[in-house]
Design a protein around this ligand. Structure first.
Ligand code: FES
Length: 158
């Protein structure tokens, strides 16, 4: 690389991370966690670099990434919407809420809008059954919902 060319700060952070963990055993999970903190998800190029530096086959790394729900292989939205489909929410119309969120954003469960504004995830129970049906946007709980409230709620998040 030419000396006047500026390195990507994320790439630099990844290199520093790999230098730190290179000779440590059992480093894969902490390296993946910290790589995800750097990028917001685990880009394929970063995984290839981890594979080279830690000398772990890429297939093994993918296996770990797909096993643990905490790892994401594609970019995630700035706002994460968790739609509860647990029993209490289901009984009180959770499926209709879920349908409306997907319809408003034009994406399905687990997907992210193209502008990276939202990611939708269905969840089993978020521990607010008394407020069913419930969604969470980031750390905010929105309960006792009707589908028609969804557009106004989404409008609160940039
Ligand atoms: S079932 Fe939805 S919050 Fe518990």
């Amino acid at each position: 690389m030419c000396c006047c060319e500026k390195k990507d700060p994320k790439q630099e952070a990844l290199e520093a991370l790999l230098a730190k963990y290179k000779s440590q055993k059992g480093a894969l999970i902490p390296v993946l966690q910290q790589t995800q903190d750097i990028y917001g998800y685990l880009p394929k190029e970063a995984l290839q670099q981890i594979s080279r530096e830690l000398k772990i086959p890429l297939s093994e790394i993918f296996g770990v990434c797909t096993f643990y729900a905490q790892f994401h292989l594609s970019p995630r939205g700035r706002n994460i919407i968790r739609v509860c489909l647990g029993t209490a929410c289901h009984v009180r119309g959770g499926a209709k809420i879920f349908e409306r969120v997907q319809q408003e954003l034009g994406i399905k469960d687990g997907e992210t809008t193209e502008d990276l504004r939202f990611t939708i995830e269905s969840v089993a129970c978020i521990g607010a059954c008394g407020l069913a049906p419930v969604i969470m946007v980031n750390d905010d709980t929105h309960g006792r919902l009707t589908p028609d409230q969804i557009p106004d709620i989404l409008a609160q998040y940039e």
